[in-house]
Ligand binder design. Structure first.
Ligand code: ATP
Length: 494
């Protein structure tokens, strides 16, 4: 399959078939926002439900939570987000593009590796904020997380990295070097009619804090015992400035996070960490049906890792624009609970029932975005064949499991029979009906939507009470008696 412009092809299919639309489109659009159409809403729901079923319902040691999106400003002070949750950005003087400095540099290192290596050999780094050793490491990994603003600026200027939009090396300067400034990602909201500090709150930047601030409530109101997890699925908001790449990075997205609390004296954190990694991997490969070859683990270096984390790894997926973070896992120690205890002046420790001693549990956090899982699933299942494009979605994920058509839309007896079958199938499966165009066009459309089975009612149906069932992947057609249709599909869709 020709993979050039794959993300553009997927984006076009998503618009055409009702998966994803640009946000606020009729008003000219709003950057980094998207709306999900009929097929997209179903796919999101399927991914969300599978995550919840897998990580909450099927486990004995995890309970759910649904915390408020609008949250007290102190939560975000305690968590460090009001000061530390910021991206470094640069502005192009020529075309006015504003972009993240880390993305500019990482992309440059990745795409121009030989030029970079060559230049590095002839560059002396004397009196600079970045050492040669660190720069070499950044280049080797094409990862610059943890670099200071000064180091970002130096890297851009050493390699004279041009603006990816207009190709000019003409960044807004400060002290003769590209000016790299911090840009906080939290969305402030003003509550009530009283302006000023009193009414300031934030849209949550991650769901995780909901688990920490409700930790005591959950412990006091349920029968959880360490080790246990609190899981949450819901919207988070970040003032992201990077455009493009569909729903990979948006202002508003749905997070699925789990905080697994444990006593480090009782549990081996490395063992727990590995068990969670396995659970994440299995969910992506077995439950969602994604190809193993498109996945890899990447451990964060000391520079990249948050200071409170003992270990962080990312499960990366090979998106059409390269391997990128899909799902992160971090051992956050007792940092978050201690921070909230300090700021709220509430005791967030729990009493060990065996020893009677107070403990502040440590935590391991697997955190993923549902929308990124959706983009991964779409990328992984997008297939171009000789005469068609097919979304080879795992049937569990497919927005519609079955499509029903009358062979000819202008024959009332066929339409009536097809409607009867459609109504019957709807009792058991998410089913769609298509009476437009000719049969070929309908197959073409359902292949692009990823519907696993198409059922056609033809003139013979009126005689023999059987229909033609077509399999999306093999395109094979079988004649099935209407009375056996539900059980036939049930067996196929397991
Ligand atoms: P990134 O480095 O890509 O910005 P992150 O490390 O800041 O992500 P986390 O804070 O660990 O991400 O969030 C957990 C997960 O939420 C990510 O692995 C990703 O799947 C998802 N996510 C984070 N930011 C966004 C966003 N702006 N749009 C869509 N999904 C996101």
């Amino acid at each position: 399959m020709d993979k050039t412009n794959l993300i553009d092809k997927i984006t076009a299919l998503c618009k055409r078939r009702g998966y994803i639309f640009p946000g606020s489109e009729i008003y000219g659009g709003l950057a980094n926002t998207y709306d999900y159409g009929p097929a997209g809403a179903e796919l999101l729901r399927n991914i969300r439900n599978l995550w919840w079923e897998n990580f909450v319902h099927k486990r004995d040691d995890v309970v759910g939570l649904d915390a408020s999106v609008i949250s007290h400003q102190e939560i975000w002070r305690a968590s460090g987000h009001t000061t530390g949750f910021a991206d470094a950005m640069v502005d192009c003087k020529n075309c006015k593009l504003r972009m993240r400095a880390d993305h500019l540099i990482e992309d440059y290192f990745e795409k121009h590796n030989s030029v970079v290596q060559e230049k590095l050999q002839h560059t002396d780094l004397i009196n600079t904020a970045i050492s040669k050793k660190l720069l070499e490491k950044f280049i080797k990994n094409s990862k610059v997380e943890g670099a200071s603003l000064e180091q970002f600026s130096e890297m851009i200027s050493i390699f004279e990295m041009p603006c990816p939009n207009c190709g000019k090396y003409d960044w807004v300067l400060a002290n003769n070097n590209p000016s790299v400034r911090k840009f906080n990602l939290l969305f402030p909201v003003n509550l009530g009619i009283v302006e000023g500090d009193q009414s300031l709150a934030y849209l949550r930047g991650e769901t995780a804090q909901g688990m920490f601030v409700n930790f005591k409530n959950v412990v006091d109101s349920s029968r959880v015992r360490l080790p246990f997890g609190i899981a949450q699925l819901g919207k988070s908001f970040r003032n992201e400035i990077t455009p493009g790449n569909s729903v990979f990075r948006t202002l508003e997205f749905e997070q699925a996070e789990l905080e697994y609390f444990f006593d480090p004296k009782e549990e081996n954190w490395e063992k727990l960490f590995n068990e969670w990694k396995e659970a994440m991997w299995n969910f992506v490969v077995k439950t969602l049906g994604v190809k193993k070859d498109n996945l890899r683990w990447r451990e964060h270096s000391n520079e990249e890792r948050s200071f409170y984390s003992k270990k962080t790894e990312d499960l990366e997926y090979k998106f059409p624009f390269g391997f990128k973070e899909l799902w992160g896992i971090a051992y956050r120690t007792d940092y978050d609970l201690l921070q909230h205890a300090k700021f709220s002046k509430k005791d967030l420790s729990i009493v060990d029932p065996q020893t009677g001693k107070k403990i502040t549990p440590h935590v391991i956090e697997p955190a993923v975005g549902i929308n990124r899982l959706l983009l991964m699933v779409l990328s992984d299942s997008y297939t171009e064949e000789k005469d068609r494009v097919v979304l080879k979605l795992n049937p569990r994920l497919a927005p519609y499991k079955v499509a029903v058509f009358p062979l000819l839309a202008n024959k009332p007896e066929l339409v009536k029979k097809a409607e009867e079958i459609y109504k019957k199938l709807k009792e058991n499966f998410v089913t769609t009906f298509d009476g437009r165009g000719n049969i070929g066009k309908r197959y073409f459309a359902q292949d692009e939507i990823g519907t696993p089975f198409c059922v056609t009612v033809d003139f013979e149906t009126l005689e023999d009470n059987a229909v033609t069932v077509r399999d999306r992947d093999t395109m094979k057609q079988e004649r099935i008696k209407i009375e056996n249709l539900t059980s036939y599909l049930q067996n196929k869709l397991i």
